[in-house]
Design a protein around this ligand. Structure first.
Ligand code: ZN
Length: 214
């Protein structure tokens, strides 16, 4: 696929794919993080998964007998760069190449694992532990304790009001999980935050290592 890949910037809050639209491009992030968002009829949203350099955005809608509309909106949460290919070209490569089909299967297993753990987490775990889990998940994607993510983005991902996020951030700061939070930059203390997150972060990490490294 190399000759058909273009390197593009992933800008903060850029929408790479909109739910309901036909997919135009597939993105393979080199860096940064993208969240897959589901939106209810009343406008409420929740994140179902995050994708970084281990994965791709847009391949789900290219599976099956024919391409279908995108089911989740993909939003850039942490800036970075990605390789981009027209969806039709990726679909052709997918049909042609057993190696690409194999890579897509691995990616899908990882995504399904995120969906499964996310469903259980959303139903069973308190919102503060879920917030800590998402922050650690982003930390895994960007390899830095300074996370370029806004409270607005976190409220959309958790499906709670912005004021709830402000309150939760205050609690996490008081208990040392967050060192600083200003102008869209959240500095975390990784080990303290891990003690506040639900088990889902470490469970997901282990499952993903299993999927990607085997
Ligand atoms: Zn959880």
């Amino acid at each position: 696929m190399a000759p058909e890949l273009a390197t593009v910037a992933l800008d903060q809050d850029a929408v790479l794919a909109q739910a309901g639209d036909q997919i135009e491009h597939v993105f393979f992030p080199y860096s940064g993080a993208i969240s897959l968002m589901f939106e209810m009829a009343n406008g409420e949203t929740v994140a179902s998964a995050a994708v970084g350099r281990e994965g791709a955005v847009g391949i789900l809608s290219l599976l099956g007998p024919s391409p279908s509309a995108v089911t989740a909106t993909a939003v850039v949460r942490a800036t970075g760069t990605a390789a981009r290919i027209p969806a039709s070209r990726f679909h052709a490569a997918f049909t042609r190449s057993p190696a690409i089909r194999n890579a897509v299967q691995i990616h899908l297993r990882a995504l399904l694992m995120q969906f499964q753990i996310g469903t259980a987490c959303n139903a069973l775990h308190p919102v503060e532990a879920r917030l800590a889990r998402w922050l650690l998940h982003f930390r895994d994607h960007i390899d830095h304790d300074m996370l370029p993510i806004t409270q607005e983005a976190l409220s959309q991902m958790l499906g709670v009001r912005r004021t709830t996020v402000t309150l939760l951030m205050r609690n996490l700061r008081a208990s040392g999980g967050i060192r600083a939070d200003r102008r869209g930059l959240i500095e975390i203390d990784r080990s303290r935050l891990a003690a506040m997150a639900c088990e889902c972060h470490s469970t997901l990490r282990l499952e993903l290592e299993e999927i990607f490294l085997k």
